[in-house]
Write a protein that binds this ligand. Structure first.
Ligand code: HEM
Ligand code: CA
Length: 304
């Protein structure tokens, strides 16, 4: 029901307006692409791509952004607001906040060297948030491959989508808190995660000392090209240099159907790019509000 031509008559320069704002934002914050694509992901997995994540706490709204897995972790909301303001100036009341996340993700991925794709548009914004649904819907970095796969399946995404979209960890940062359980006493073994390269382990231990108060210290998700959108993420996994447990599991879970997909994307960046583009379209199609459902928010942080 979404279409690539949705705003052709109502806001024909929507993508150039978004591009203008995000290109400026990228000059001040090399992480902005990583932040915005993650917002799109965390929005889509909870009740579909409906901008629900962007709502602040208010009467009748318990926000998703303040839920455990999001609080202090997701970021980039100010840039979403800047894009919205710029769009309201040219086509008031037309472009949804949910679509802003989809459009800006595409522009910033390609700006970082990744693929381009035709973004499907026409999502409308929710009038509600689902704080209680966040934990059950979002994958977390301590889960097994089986659990992660199930969460993707729950929103209609398969193992190819899982591996391709995990490739978004080709840029951006993670806090020590997301992976330090791998460094010292993995699964109460008294040892580090065996699927972690020992040289890389030493580097990570220096950044995230045991029992240290370094939970918020940032690490590159892709150690070899931290800000470029490329397929290094997958060669890192082949070398046991994935940062998150859930990254490394895609390659190190013996017998899993994800192993061959990791190898394919490591061998061919263009295979990765083609799959990533398709999987972003698939993710963007998770239960959008269309027609007369929902609304076009005037301010992404609150319902009209
Ligand atoms: C497969 C399951 C996934 C898990 C378990 C996971 C987990 C995480 C964690 C723990 C972080 C670091 C958060 C922090 O330290 O505060 C992170 C960062 C990030 N994730 Fe994922 N993620 C997954 C899938 C995805 C997907 C599907 C996308 C987008 C398509 C994505 C995009 C990102 C990006 C770009 C960052 C860096 C954000 C920044 O620099 O601010 N992730 N992820
Ligand atoms: Ca949502």
């Amino acid at each position: 029901q979404l279409s690539t031509t949705f705003y052709d008559y109502t806001c024909s320069n929507v993508s150039s307006v978004v591009r203008g704002v995000v290109e400026r934002a990228a000059q001040n914050d090399v992480r902005i692409g990583a932040k915005l694509i993650r917002l799109h992901f965390h929005d889509c997995f909870v009740d579909g791509c409906d901008g629900s994540l962007l709502l602040d706490d208010a009467d009748g709204i318990e926000s998703e952004k303040s839920a455990g897995p999001n609080a202090g972790s997701v970021d980039g909301f100010e840039v979403v607001d800047e894009i919205k303001t710029a769009l309201e100036n040219v086509c008031p009341g037309v472009v949804s906040c949910a679509d802003i996340l989809a459009i800006s993700s595409q522009i910033l991925v390609s700006l970082a060297g990744g693929p381009t794709w035709q973004v499907q548009l026409g999502r409308r914004d929710s009038r509600t948030a689902n704080q209680a649904g966040v934990i059950g819907a979002l994958p977390n970095a301590l889960e097994t491959l089986e659990q992660i796969t199930e969460k993707f399946n729950n929103v209609g995404l398969d193992s190819t989508d899982l591996v391709a979209l995990s490739g978004a960890h080709t840029f951006g940062r993670a806090r020590c808190a997301a992976f330090s359980h791998r460094l010292y006493n993995f699964n109460s073994s008294g040892n580090p995660d065996p699927n972690l390269d020992t040289t890389y382990l030493e580097t990570l231990r220096q950044t995230c000392p045991q029992g240290g108060s370094n939970d918020n210290t940032l690490n590159n998700l892709d150690r070899s090209s931290p800000d470029d959108f490329d397929n290094d993420y997958f060669t890192n996994l082949q070398n046991k240099q994935g940062l998150l447990q859930t990254d490394q599991e895609l390659f190190s879970t013996s017998g899993a159907n994800t192993v061959g997909i990791v190898n394919r994307f490591a061998d061919s960046q263009s295979d990765f790019f083609d799959s990533f583009a398709q999987s972003m379209i698939n993710m963007g199609n998770i239960r959008p509000l269309t027609g007369n459902n929902g609304e076009i928010r005037l301010d992404c942080k609150r319902v009209n």
